[in-house]
Write a protein that binds this ligand. Structure first.
Ligand SMILES: O=c1nc[nH]c2c1ncn2[C@H]1C[C@H](O)[C@@H](COP(=O)(O)OP(=O)(O)OP(=O)(O)O)O1
Ligand SMILES: [Mg+2]
Length: 198
């Protein structure tokens, strides 16, 4: 079985690094790609899988280490799955607050019953930059889009995401609770199984 004590995380998102490191525990040290380069690769894929593989290969090439990438986003039913892979770029790169404001505005007349959404996370692990067999794991988290932001934890769209099983927004969950039930937690669970880490 593969044994990774050091992995580079192909992400410039500090929220992801924190969550993924907490899920992996101390046996694996996740190093940020930011230690090696500040240049972000263009996410040219049309799916989470393609973008996750592209980011993992790029990070492995730059660092010389095995690389883990997380491509994730929010798929809103009423919008046919948008913003999806474009979640980070929804408001043209103006950041989380602008993305959230745009989503609230687009959905402002949509009734509660039609506000279903899922967070999606695809993790891709490559042993080296040209690895022909990346490990891919997917996690989904079903919820609803709120009509106003609520909560201070997490990052991205967390303040807008209602978690039915906890009756609060995902930004109102403690970080450790979010890490038990999120899309990222589900994908990481599968990855840990694949790597024989549990
Ligand atoms: O748990 C989450 N809670 C709230 N929002 C989330 C979550 N997970 C993904 N998201 C949002 C943030 C961003 O708008 C997009 C990910 O975009 P995505 O390209 O995968 O990540 P990113 O550009 O922030 O960092 P990077 O590509 O360097 O890993 O979905
Ligand atoms: Mg990105």
């Amino acid at each position: 079985m593969m044994n990774f004590t050091q992995l580079v995380l192909a992400s410039h998102n500090a929220g992801k690094l924190k969550e993924l490191q907490a899920m992996l525990g101390e046996s694996v040290h996740l190093r940020s790609i930011g230690e090696f380069s500040s240049v972000e690769p263009e996410e040219t894929g049309l799916s989470f899988v393609e973008n996750a593989i592209l980011k993992a290969r790029n990070a492995s090439r730059i660092s010389g280490l095995p690389a883990l990438a997380d491509d994730s986003g929010l798929a809103v039913d009423f919008l046919g799955g948008a913003p999806g892979i474009y979640s980070a770029r929804y408001a043209d790169g103006k950041g989380d607050a602008a993305n959230n404001a745009k989503l609230l505005d687009v959905l402002k007349d949509v009734p509660e019953a039609e506000r279903g959404a899922q967070f999606v996370c695809v993790l891709a692990l490559v042993r080296h930059a040209d690895d022909p067999l990346p490990i891919l794991c997917e996690g989904l988290w079903h919820g609803r889009i709120l009509t106003q932001a609520s909560g201070e934890h997490g990052f991205g769209y967390d303040p807008l995401f209602w978690v039915p099983e906890r009756e609060c927004s995902s930004a109102e969950l403690s970080p450790s609770d979010k890490n038990l039930i999120s899309h990222r937690a589900r994908a990481m669970d599968l990855l840990r199984q694949r790597l024989g880490l549990k």
